[in-house]
Design a protein around this ligand. Structure first.
Ligand SMILES: C[S@@+](CC[C@H](N)C(=O)[O-])C[C@H]1O[C@@H](n2cnc3c(N)ncnc32)[C@H](O)[C@@H]1O
Length: 339
């Protein structure tokens, strides 16, 4: 977003809030309780490394081409730094808002879940999302890899079907890997980038990847790597989110270059097919995933506010973030494909 546009937006918001405050002639006695001594924390999503602009412009991202191998390595490191700064800060923060923003203060899953009207909590929605994906794998035998395993809640749940010795988990964050080792004892947990795996060809019977492929530089490389490390007939199952337009990828440093933008289910299918996969199933689960998570979270935030656990500044700030995320979120997909 241009500086001028940002300034306009700030002024618009300020004017609107100021006008509403001016209109209040009854000031409730507990106003101080609502506001508290909360100070606006612009760094709520974690410090931003100094070497790179937080918001990249379209022209700055142009050198992120396959033809420039050296620049790509550097870019990959920069992207990994941003992703780790963002998630490590968010996942381990004591900050009340961050816990609620991620929707999972009571669980170490870090995905938005799969919901219907009978799903009561975020934790159960996250478990359900994983179970739905695992249903795609007909017989759960042999070795499985949990790609971008977060803090290891999904890795632990794999123990319902697999022995620890047959479960591998990778993440680019060393810090999260420490949690994985505690959460999924005995499983093989390694720091590794999903687009550059060190496993030998044909090592795994199945691969699971929950809600992370939109960070990979690129999905194409991840799909090729997955195809390489899978045995013949092995399954790749994943949940993924497509953004509303390529420009969205430019807006936040935790997302890869615009080359990673996928416009449609058909384009995703072609990418899988080009990587060598067959028997491709892609389901649009947008309503059950982001749609339901969004409504649940908005409700929950208001509940927390009325219980006095969030003050008005915190509520406004997090609602702003959620509505922003709602504008960038396009399709949520379940994908299953066979080598
Ligand atoms: C939204 S979280 C999902 C975590 C986990 N799958 C879950 O469901 O709880 C995204 C995760 O992707 C990981 N990640 C992002 N880019 C990665 C990459 N290139 N290779 C491996 N892990 C990556 C992040 O560290 C983070 O743990």
């Amino acid at each position: 977003m241009s500086t001028e546009l940002k300034e306009q937006l700030k002024k618009r918001l300020y004017d609107s809030i100021a006008a509403q405050i001016d209109l209040i002639d009854y000031v409730p006695e507990d106003l101080h309780r609502l506001i508290g001594d909360f100070k606006f924390d612009a760094d709520i999503l974690g410090p931003i490394p100094e070497d790179v602009d937080y918001v990249r412009s379209a022209t700055e991202s142009a050198p992120r081409q396959d033809s420039n191998a050296e620049a790509n390595v550097a870019d990959k490191d920069v992207l990994a730094t941003h992703i780790n700064t963002y998630y490590d800060t968010a996942f381990y923060s004591e900050h009340g808002i961050t816990g609620i923003l991620l929707g999972n203060p009571e669980s170490e899953y870090r995905n938005i879940g799969y919901w219907d009207e009978t799903t009561p909590t975020q934790h159960l929605a996250s478990e359900r999302l994983q179970d739905k994906l695992l249903e795609f794998i007909p017989d759960k035998t042999g070795r499985i890899l949990d790609v971008a395993c977060g803090m290891g809640a999904s890795t632990r749940r794999l123990l319902n079907h697999y022995d620890a010795d047959n479960i591998w988990a990778i993440n680019i964050s060393a810090r999260q890997l420490e949690s994985v080792k505690k959460n999924a004892e005995g499983c093989h947990a390694q720091v590794m980038n999903a687009v550059d795996m060190s496993f030998e060809d044909g090592f795994f019977d199945s691969i699971l990847c929950i809600e992370a492929a939109f960070h990979f530089e690129t999905r194409q490389k991840f799909l090729e790597e997955s195809h390489r490390v899978l045995k013949q007939d092995g399954y790749l199952v994943l949940s993924d989110v497509l953004f509303t337009d390529p420009g969205r990828l430019e807006q936040h440093a935790v997302f890869p270059s615009v080359q990673n933008h996928i416009e449609s289910v058909e384009e995703y299918r072609q990418l899988l097919s080009a990587a060598g996969f067959r028997n491709i199933i892609i389901q649009d689960v947008s309503k059950e995933v982001w749609g339901a998570h969004f409504l649940y979270t908005i409700n929950r935030l208001h509940e927390e506010f009325y219980k006095g656990k969030l003050n008005i500044v915190q509520l406004t700030e997090i609602l702003w973030t959620y509505y922003y995320l709602n504008t960038i979120t396009g399709l949520c997909l379940f994908v299953c494909a066979q080598k």
